[in-house]
Ligand binder design. Sequence first.
Ligand code: RP5
Length: 168
Amino acid sequence: MKKVAIIMGSDSDWDKVSPAAGTLKDLHIPYEVRILSAHRTPEASARFAETARDEGFGVLIAAAGKAAHLAGALAAHTTLPVIGIPVKSSTLDGLDALLSTVQMPSGMPVATVAIDGAVNAALLAAQILGVTDQDAADRLSALRRAQTEKVLMKDQQFSKEYSYSEEA
Ligand code: RP5
């Protein structure tokens, strides 16, 4: 199976990014975690993206905060799909990172998830791999079924516990 790269701009992003790793692990999808910065290690970032396909990666997840150019900078060096996670790590509550990640110019797409949306980034990466990998697709279906069951159970529980009526 192809691997997913989970790349973050700084080790300080890990708390927000680690749920992506947990989600991929739950789905038995292999991943590598890297710290690469569009601004602090630009050459290493470009090299990583250029060689990612040959290294067995199928999707890149790029998480960064503030002026978050990491996802776009990686996308510029590969035709693998790049998923951007804008990280809330500044006084602007992540809006800076969201706009820096999502507002890519035409010709250079980055699939941007919500601010701190690490779980959805991992699920989207799994869905991309699931286009050609039946095991990944099957595990995603199982996870969806479990998620549905959980909500239905909560619905019953809350309905019983919190509903109110004056009728006998
Ligand atoms: C971004 O700047 C990183 O992705 C991080 O979210 C933010 C702060 O980085 P540190 O100063 O904590 O290394 O590039």
